[in-house]
Design a protein around this ligand. Structure first.
Ligand SMILES: [Zn+2]
Length: 219
């Protein structure tokens, strides 16, 4: 009977594994994700409007602290849902975009590094981060069950710090466009290598057929 769509699989209790029963949109963790995203958006927009570096940095701080808190709450409340992880990944893009665009507006010498970083973070890293959905995982934090190397580069604690903190901190601190541009380019390269490695893993595609007509008559 194996291979039939919707076949019953004996359910495990691992936190790493996706579980249909626990999936919901509204959890405490997703509410925190929503709140920190709205707060970051408002702070960064206000910062851009008032040309205020402190407000932009507050936006970045709320984004980073909120992103740590929502993940911790999801784990502590045993509500690590795939919906929550997906919304978290998407909200991170909005938070990063408003901060970085605001910062480039504030300091135009940073437009090129910010452009490189946003291409990396908003497209390639987003694709990599959502790749966990191809496997029965509850979040990219457990991607080591699929590929340890990709997890180390992208979603381990040092991997995450390298991907988000390093660029922002050095850009804000040094204001050196060459250094910031170099880091953004190195990150872009790492993400492209990750993407090549991911494609070699051949992410599984859901099997089955939703079309009721034979292929010759469909479409
Ligand atoms: Zn399991």
């Amino acid at each position: 009977m194996s291979g039939l769509p919707g076949r019953e699989i004996e359910q495990c209790a691992h936190v790493e594994c996706a579980h249909q029963a626990g999936e919901r949109v509204l959890t405490l963790a997703t509410l925190i994700t929503a709140a920190r995203t709205v707060a970051t958006l408002l702070l960064a927009l206000l910062g851009a409007h008032q040309d205020s570096l402190p407000l932009l940095l507050w936006a970045l701080g709320v984004y980073w602290v909120g992103d740590t808190v929502d993940g911790a709450v999801a784990r502590l409340t045993d509500r690590e849902t795939r919906i929550g992880a997906t919304l978290d990944i998407m909200c991170d893009r909005l938070c990063a975009a408003v901060f970085y665009v605001g910062f480039a507006w504030y300091d135009p010498s940073m437009v090129v590094p910010v452009g490189i970083y946003l291409a990396e973070f908003m497209v390639i890293d987003m694709f990599l981060s959502l790749a966990f959905l191809a496997w029965p995982l509850s979040s990219p934090n457990y991607f080591y069950l699929v590929d340890r190397q990709l997890w180390l580069w992208n979603w381990s604690k040092p991997g995450k710090a390298l991907n988000s903190a390093l660029f922002a901190v050095l850009m804000v601190w040094t204001r050196n466009p060459w250094l910031a541009g170099g880091i953004a380019t190195a990150l872009l390269t790492l993400k492209l290598v990750s993407m090549a490695r991911l494609s070699r893993l051949r992410p599984p595609v859901p099997e089955g057929c939703l079309q009721t007509l034979p292929a010759s008559e469909a479409a």
